[in-house]
Design a protein around this ligand. Structure first.
Ligand SMILES: [Zn+2]
Length: 137
């Protein structure tokens, strides 16, 4: 099993280098898992397949990073928060969403704008790429 997990991580990061964001789609029930895992969380099917996600998503909740706990590597992200993000394909995950500061959060909450549209972006970190989200605007 450990080997399988290494392989899935490798394929995921290789695809990011090519500008593709991959999840796993279940051939049995159609559920898409992101971040990719082998087994379908909806029906338990073990034969999920690679699937390029559209990147369209909605942000359902916003949690500001605590000033003291924010890691230096996140400084380069600029304004960001954590949030529960739901992909168009249906999976939900906790993710970093850029473009949100305290003022923006207040505005979104006060104007009852959640869930707000966002989209996945590939972000270059030190030596590797990862997936973050940006608000649609
Ligand atoms: Zn399934």
């Amino acid at each position: 099993m450990a080997v399988k997990i290494e392989k899935i991580v490798e394929t995921f990061y290789e695809a990011l280098e090519e500008g593709k964001i991959l999840g796993r789609k279940c051939p049995e029930c159609g559920a898409v898992e992101f971040p990719p895992v082998y087994a379908c969380n909806s029906c338990g099917c073990l034969h999920t397949e690679w699937y390029e996600i559209s990147g369209k998503a909605k942000m359902h909740s916003i949690v500001m990073p605590a000033a003291l706990s924010s890691k230096p590597e996140y400084k380069a992200l600029g304004k960001y928060a954590y949030g529960e993000v739901e992909l168009e394909e249906g999976s939900r995950l906790n993710a970093v969403v850029r473009g949100i500061n305290k003022k923006k959060r207040k505005e979104l909450l006060e104007q009852d704008k959640l869930p707000v549209d966002c989209h996945a972006s590939i972000y270059q970190r030190d030596g590797y790429k990862t997936v973050v989200f940006d608000l649609d605007e």
